[in-house]
Design a protein. Structure first.
Length: 197
């Protein structure tokens, strides 16, 4: 993503060490943000030397890229309704998708908060965020195209509608969960999903 490629360990011990480094990095990014995080802080948090950290990661951007690489796929899968279909039961399908999205977002709110910060200062992460978001809206637009009651809308109206709904859900998740320390609003996932739906 950012051009730097980390070393992917081939031994079980190396994979374990890399996983521990990513857990430490997650704590540092959650505490200090993307801009404030430093490689030396990650090494200290992990209890390894700075040289040891550089054996696995090229730079801070590379560490963060490795940290978020699975988050998008997990978020995408979590927001795919499997029990209900938009064409037959739109409310239940949207509720199921919103519950999955919000639940996964809540569980990864520290990473998502850092991703939004990183997207504002690093074009590579902005592009990652945009591709992540576009994938969701494209899937939703395709679902709307197949819904019988949406056939009277033209393509632009479908895309704008899907994008508006994605904006609402994404921004609500960011405010309610990634920035929960800024307000006293308690938004349990199940309740929040019903309101958004």
């Amino acid at each position: 993503m950012v051009g730097a490629v980390s070393t992917v360990p081939t031994t079980p011990k190396g994979r374990h060490t890399r996983a521990q480094l990513l857990l430490a990095a997650r704590r540092v990014f959650a505490r200090d943000g993307f801009v404030g995080a430093r490689m030396s802080d990650i090494a200290t948090e992990a209890g390894v030397s700075l040289g040891g950290l550089y054996r696995y990661f090229v730079n801070k951007e590379n560490v963060f890229e490795s940290l978020i690489e699975d988050t998008h796929e997990q978020l995408y899968r979590a927001s795919q309704p499997v029990e209900h279909h938009l064409s037959t039961d739109p409310y239940a399908a949207l509720l199921e998708a919103n519950q999955g999205y919000l639940r996964h977002y809540y569980e990864n709110r520290d990473v998502m908060r850092t991703l939004i910060e990183a997207a504002n200062v690093e074009p590579t992460f902005r592009d990652f965020w945009w591709k992540m978001r576009s994938r969701h809206t494209e899937r939703f637009t395709a679902s709307l195209r197949r819904a019988p009651n949406m056939r009277e809308l033209d393509e632009l109206e479908l895309r704008l509608g899907a994008d508006a709904m994605a904006c609402m859900v994404e921004q609500a998740a960011y405010v309610w969960y990634a920035q929960e320390a800024l307000h006293d609003l308690d938004a349990p996932v199940e309740d929040a999903a019903r309101v958004l739906t």
